[in-house]
Design a protein around this ligand. Structure first.
Ligand code: NAP
Length: 252
């Protein structure tokens, strides 16, 4: 099957990867509902998308703090009441926590888990039931290669993304045969505001435009698990194969 959904909600739409993805979908005539935390950045995004489409685009903007877990089921309900033809969701928000801080401050650690895993899982619980009833749709979530194996430099972020990966695996299994596709998107290193403090040179760094193209293709093809770019799949396969007694000695 190869069909891009026609009306897609993007959570965390002001993220660089999501913004690039929104531009590509817009060019394909997709109607977008963009959800993000900052009303000002949301307005800038809507204006940008509208200008790019020559004023023809159908883009609706909704401001919401996606860390407010208790409010998320009502947020989804309000979106479905406003838009009864939703058939795609991209969950893109997240942040890269300060690992050292998370090691000394359990509240910081819990905040990282909340924004990178629990928020998406709370949304997914409402979205999955709804799409299952409609018997159609594509749900894509941006995880990370960091979720494939824990390492000392970022294991709190990795644990959150790994939890998300397992949740999506189970959800995909549950929804198989229901008409709903669940797509796990796993980028590697991407040049976005999230990684601005890194030295971003070298062959492993991807541009957000390239990752966005991969996301659009994964939705159209209703893929299961996609590494972005593709070369992370064999790299992570090797990393997962390293025996733990060896892996624990490595500095990664
Ligand atoms: N960049 C990478 O190397 C990389 C690699 C693997 C996976 N990823 C994943 O890709 C996704 C997109 O990240 P990006 O690289 O495009 O980074 P980004 O441009 O820094 O975007 C992060 C986005 O998350 C939003 N966000 C954070 N907390 C939020 C909250 N409580 N409520 C609503 N929105 C919130 C931010 O909104 P504000 O602007 O309001 O803060 C921002 O739009 C994330 O899930 C990230 O974990 C990134």
């Amino acid at each position: 099957m190869n069909a891009t959904p026609r009306r897609i909600v993007i959570f965390g739409a002001t993220s660089r990867i999501a913004t690039e993805t929104a531009r590509l979908w817009l060019a394909r005539g997709v109607h977008l509902v963009v959800v993000a935390r900052s009303p000002e950045r949301l307005r800038m995004l809507s204006d940008d998308l509208s200008i790019r489409s020559g004023g023809l685009a159908e883009v609706d903007a909704v401001a919401a703090d996606l860390e407010d877990l208790d409010a998320l089921p009502a947020l989804w309900d309000s979106l479905t009441q406003r838009f009864d033809d939703l058939d795609g969701v991209l969950i893109a928000h997240g942040n890269l926590p300060d690992q050292a801080r998370c090691e000394s401050d359990s509240q910081a650690m819990l905040r990282a888990i909340r924004v990178n895993a629990l928020s998406a899982m709370t949304l997914l619980t409402a979205i999955a039931n709804d799409f299952e009833k409609r018997k159609r749709g594509v749900i894509g979530v941006i995880g990370s290669v960091a979720g494939d194996r824990g390492r000392k430099s970022n294991y709190v972020y990795g644990a959150a993304k790994g939890m998300l990966t397992l949740f999506l695996q189970g959800l995909r299994n549950r929804l198989h045969g229901s008409g709903v596709a669940v797509v796990t998107l796993k980028p590697g290193f991407v040049i976005t505001p999230m990684t601005q403090d890194f030295e971003r040179d070298g062959l492993l760094w991807a541009r957000p435009e390239a990752v966005a193209r991969g996301i659009v293709q994964a939705f159209a093809r209703r893929r299961d698990v996609v590494y972005l770019p593709w070369f992370w799949r064999p790299i992570l396969w090797v990393i997962r194969m390293i025996p733990e007694p060896v892996f624990k000695r490595l500095s990664l």
